[in-house]
Structure formats: structure tokens, C-alpha cells
Design a protein around this ligand. Structure first.
Ligand SMILES: Cc1cc2nc3c(=O)[nH]c(=O)nc-3n(C[C@H](O)[C@H](O)[C@H](O)COP(=O)(O)OP(=O)(O)OC[C@H]3O[C@@H](n4cnc5c(N)ncnc54)[C@H](O)[C@@H]3O)c2cc1C
Length: 506
């Protein structure tokens, strides 16, 4: 570097260009030094310095298996069952489908999955707590309720024994950070939601699961846990909502060290909302649905809506570089994040500035995003917010085939007028959506449904086994939404057919 510097090769020149280089490096790395104090200290966090009204409990308790399925997706009271008539039903009261019969689903399963009601397989283990919550939702004469005795509870001896590091455990106890070595807690955090993981839970068992679950309550708790893990050579797997589909939560079968599942669910405060800069500082364990609900109380939203947002967390989104269905308007997580605080085995890493953009230096966020827990634990995130949109409008367009649908979406992209969400469903997805249609409540609805079907298939000549559908969501001021809607439907009319001419409740 010195020899290449302009103006000669003397040692004086070398040292001056070295100092120039040093100065330049200082500028480039300036935003990494002297981070401002924005987090709660451990003592504040223990004493719950933030009034409880500002930090309500997470939607999910520490023992998540009390309300969530331990061996499947979602809440344990919301599932598909077949009633005595052999009709599919969806249980629970959380969703619109809850408590309704789905007369078309059985035929769809038989035709598309080759499934048969004659072949019944009971999942291998059903923890008692889940069983009771499911049974509460069923009518008293329901066949599964009567056949309760054939369902087994979790057989603890099937769960691989914990590898305990006594020194780590002793030091952890001193910190007062809550932890559990319970088999149900450990198995719940041994996986994400890949199909093979769910299959293993129902039909087999993981060879290796976390040995201990810890529930830090703030950034400083995470610092302590990571320090202890380094001191005692223990591994940490951060656990957010457990919705991973990359197998990243699975424990390597040959790992000999103690594995700690660091559950972030108790770190769910919104520290502040900055209405001038439209940002919010939030703890990483907050679940998507809680984040949006609590921001909405102040009139704001993030607009980040991955399909898993009911269960996934802010920290998980950062760690997996998540994409939301409304990314056309709000951007993906990398566009929304202003500041990330991460605890690594080499210390805390964060920028010293909360500015939305910086020109100097490499952006450290780029290697934190998508790091899937391998580099450290994300504890706090400053995220962009926006006022809750004044108006929302849903729509759909039918295309004679998938190719026409793709061509339409390409044209929309080319004209840069994509609505908040635009999704093309292929025929298989369309058929499945149709199979989930509940029993119609009135003759009028049924009539409209038939009319629509007739119009599309007979009048327009679309083949129901080939056609596909795009769903649309427009957001913004009413006036802008209506303009935007017209622009998109004008394009869509060249490729397919929009269903607005018929009433939308069909
Ligand atoms: C039905 C379904 C729909 C989905 N839809 C979408 C979608 O629309 N868009 C999308 O992008 N993804 C989607 N996913 C995938 C998944 O929801 C995302 O990857 C999500 O961001 C994971 O968040 P989580 O809180 O559940 O993280 P987890 O599943 O708990 O963890 C995922 C990874 O991140 C790490 N991690 C979690 N929290 C932290 C933290 N605080 N610090 C450091 N590392 C951490 C974990 O160790 C793990 O490696 C979907 C998954 C399912 C099952």
C-alpha cells in the first residue's frame, strides 16, 4: 500500500499514507463502535421496569404445547377431523372455517393423495395436555372422543436422554434465568415445520433433541447465556416461532456437547415507537401477530406478513431473511430493518447509528440476515413502520391456464404496478382451495356459486381442470386503491377474466 501511494516511496510517505488508510478505516468502521445504550439492563428486566401494560405476555406461553400442536402446524384445537358421516370438519373457533363441515375435502384427498378413510393411523404420541384441549372442542358423541383410550400420551423414554453439563447448569441457576429440562419442552424445540420433521414426530423420534430450554427475558440475559455457553463449551440453537422450513432447528445427531435451545418468546417488548422517523425498536422474540396488534394500537403496522406470521418472530424473520406477502409495497425484511443487535460468542455486534441508510463501510446487517442462528442471537431490532392503511381491497382474476396467468403477472411487473400482494395459484392449489369450501349456508349463496361456475366454465369456456387464479390485495387511500385496481384489472382483462361482475360473497 505504501509503495503504491502517490508521490514516491520514502518512509515518510509510507507512514502518511498509512495514517490516511487508518483514518479511512476509522470512517468505514465508525458506525460499529460505541453503540448507544438502548436495551434494558438485566436488573431492569428482572424487575420488569417496563409497565406490564406496555409488555403484555406473548400469545404463546413458555409451555407452548399447552395451546399449540406438538406434532403438526398451528393450534391444537384447530384441526381436520372426519365426522360420523365421513365428512371432513375443521375444529375450533379461531378461524372462519372452525366448526364447519367441508363436504368436498374427502373426495379431494381420495383423488389427489390416494388417501382412504379405511386406513387410519393414530399419531404415535399425543401429550395429555393437547389431548384434553382437542377433546374439549369435540361434541360429546364424537367418535374420537369415544375412542380416547386408543390415544397414547408422550412416552418420555422415547425422547433421547439429555446430555447434561453440570457446571453450565450450576452457573445458569445463579443467573435466575428460567430453564427447563422437561422432555416435552425439549422435543417441542427439536424441529421446525419441514414435512420430514412432522412425519418423524408422528411416526418415529429424533435421534438428538435439545438438552435444555432457556427463556431469556432481555438482551442482557442472552449475553449471560452466550458467555456461559462459551465458558462451558455448550452449543446454542436460537428458537423463535419454530416455523423453520430449512431444517435449521434440527440437532445434529452426532453432537456430543450439551445443546441449549434459546427460546426468545419472553423477549417481546416494544421499547419505543419513533413517530417522526417512523421506526420502532422491538425485542426479537415478538410473534408477528403480537407485533402487528400492538403497533396497530398506535395506528401503525410493519406490513411484513409472511404466511407464518401468526407464529413466526421478528428475530426469526431476520435470521431467515424472510419475505412477506405484501413485499411489493413494504419490501422484504432486509428492506424493513434499520438496526439489528446480535449477541455473538465474540461479543455484541451492532451499528452505533439508527439511521435508515449509510454510505460508508460494508453493511454488517447483510451477514446477520439469513444467518439462521449460526453467528449469534438477534436480541433487538429497529424496524420501519407505516400508518395502518386506510383502505384494503381484495380481488381475484381467473385465467384459462397457468401460462396466461404468468404472462399477466409479468405484464403487471413490467408496468411496475403490482398491488401489495399478487399471487398466482396453479390449478392444483385452486382445486384444493375449492375443496376447502364449507357447506353453503343458503340457497342464494349456492345459486351464486353455481352461476359463477357456469359463467366461467360454460360461457367463458375455461376448463376447471386447467384454469388458474390470481389473488390480489390493494392497500392505501381509497382513491388510490380504486385507481390502482383499475390499472391492474385493465391489464388482467387482456389475459383472463375478473370476477367483480358477480357479487363477491359467492
Ligand atoms: C406454513 C408456513 C408458511 C411460511 N411462510 C413463509 C413466508 O411467507 N415467507 C418466508 O420468508 N418464510 C415463510 N415460512 C418459513 C418461516 O416461517 C420463516 O423462515 C420464519 O422467518 C422463521 O421464523 P421463526 O421465528 O419461526 O424462526 P424459527 O423457525 O424458530 O428459526 C428459524 C431459524 O432462525 C434462527 N433464529 C430464530 N430466532 C433467532 C434469533 N432471535 N436470533 C438468531 N437466530 C434466530 C433459528 O435458530 C433457526 O435457524 C413459512 C413456514 C411455514 C411452515
Amino acid at each position: 500500500m505504501a509503495a503504491a501511494g502517490p508521490g514516491g516511496s520514502g518512509s515518510g510517505v509510507a507512514s502518511s499514507s498509512e495514517s490516511v488508510a487508518r483514518r479511512r478505516l476509522l470512517v468505514l468502521s465508525g458506525h460499529l463502535r460505541g453503540a448507544p445504550e438502548t436495551s434494558l439492563s438485566a436488573s431492569q428486566c428482572r424487575g420488569r421496569a417496563v409497565p406490564s401494560a406496555e409488555s403484555p405476555p406473548s400469545t404463546f406461553p413458555k409451555r407452548r404445547q399447552e395451546i399449540l400442536k406438538w406434532n403438526g402446524w398451528g393450534y391444537s384445537d384447530s384441526k381436520f377431523l372426519f365426522n360420523k358421516k365421513g365428512q371432513a370438519e375443521f375444529t375450533g373457533k379461531r378461524y372462519r372455517l372452525g366448526g364447519t363441515a367441508l363436504p368436498l375435502l374427502k373426495e379431494w384427498i381420495e383423488k389427489n393423495l390416494g388417501g382412504s378413510l379405511e386406513h387410519k393411523s393414530i399419531p404415535k404420541h399425543v401429550p395429555k395436555c393437547e389431548l384434553s384441549s382437542v377433546l374439549r372442542e369435540l361434541p360429546s358423541n364424537h367418535e374420537e372422543k369415544q375412542g380416547v383410550n386408543i390415544l397414547a400420551s408422550l412416552n418420555i423414554s422415547d425422547v433421547p436422554p439429555a446430555v447434561t453439563n453440570e457446571e453450565f447448569l450450576q452457573d445458569l441457576k445463579v443467573t435466575n434465568i428460567p430453564y427447563s429440562q422437561d422432555a416435552e419442552d425439549r422435543i417441542f424445540r427439536a424441529h421446525g415445520h419441514c414435512l420430514h420433521e412432522l412425519f418423524l414426530l408422528r411416526e418415529g423420534m429424533f435421534k438428538r433433541v435439545p438438552d435444555i430450554v432457556v427463556w431469556p427475558e432481555c438482551h442482557d440475559d442472552v449475553v449471560k447465556i452466550v458467555e456461559l455457553a462459551c465458558k462451558h463449551n455448550v452449543c446454542i440453537i436460537p428458537f423463535g416461532g419454530g416455523t423453520s422450513v430449512s431444517s435449521a432447528l434440527e440437532c445434529p445427531a452426532d453432537e456430543k456437547r450439551t445443546i441449549v435451545s434459546l427460546d426468545t418468546s419472553q423477549m417481546n417488548r416494544i421499547h419505543w415507537i419513533d413517530e417522526k422517523n417512523l421506526t420502532a425498536r422491538v425485542e426479537a422474540g415478538i410473534v408477528g401477530q403480537d407485533l402487528e396488534k400492538r403497533l396497530a394500537e398506535s395506528g401503525y403496522c410493519t406490513g411484513h406478513e409472511p404466511d407464518s406470521m401468526e407464529f413466526s418472530t421478528l428475530g426469526g424473520w431476520v435470521a431467515t431473511r424472510a419475505s412477506g406477502m405484501k413485499k411489493n409495497v413494504y419490501g422484504n425484511i432486509e428492506d424493513l430493518v434499520v438496526h439489528i443487535k446480535m449477541v455473538t460468542p465474540r461479543g455484541v455486534i451492532e451499528k452505533s447509528c439508527q439511521g435508515p441508510r449509510m454510505s460508508t463501510g460494508p453493511d454488517i446487517h447483510h451477514f446477520m440476515l439469513g444467518s439462521e442462528g449460526t453467528l449469534g442471537v438477534v436480541t433487538e431490532v429497529t424496524i420501519k413502520i407505516r400508518p395502518v392503511p386506510e383502505y384494503q381491497k381484495y380481488g381475484s382474476v381467473v385465467f384459462p391456464n397457468f401460462e396466461r396467468g404468468v404472462a399477466c403477472l409479468r405484464e403487471v411487473a413490467k408496468q411496475r404496478c403490482a398491488p401489495a400482494s399478487i399471487r398466482l395459484m396453479d390449478n392444483e392449489q385452486f382445486q384444493f382451495g375449492h375443496a376447502l369450501k364449507p357447506q353453503v349456508a343458503s340457497i342464494f349463496t349456492s345459486l351464486l356459486d353455481g352461476l359463477k361456475k357456469f359463467y366461467i366454465t360454460k360461457f367463458k369456456g375455461f376448463d376447471p381442470n386447467i384454469l388458474c387464479v390470481a389473488t390480489l390485495l390493494f392497500e392505501g387511500s381509497r382513491e388510490k386503491v380504486l385507481q390502482h385496481e383499475k390499472q391492474v384489472y385493465d391489464i388482467a382483462a387482456k389475459f383472463g377474466y375478473d370476477l367483480r361482475v358477480l357479487p363477491s360473497n359467492a
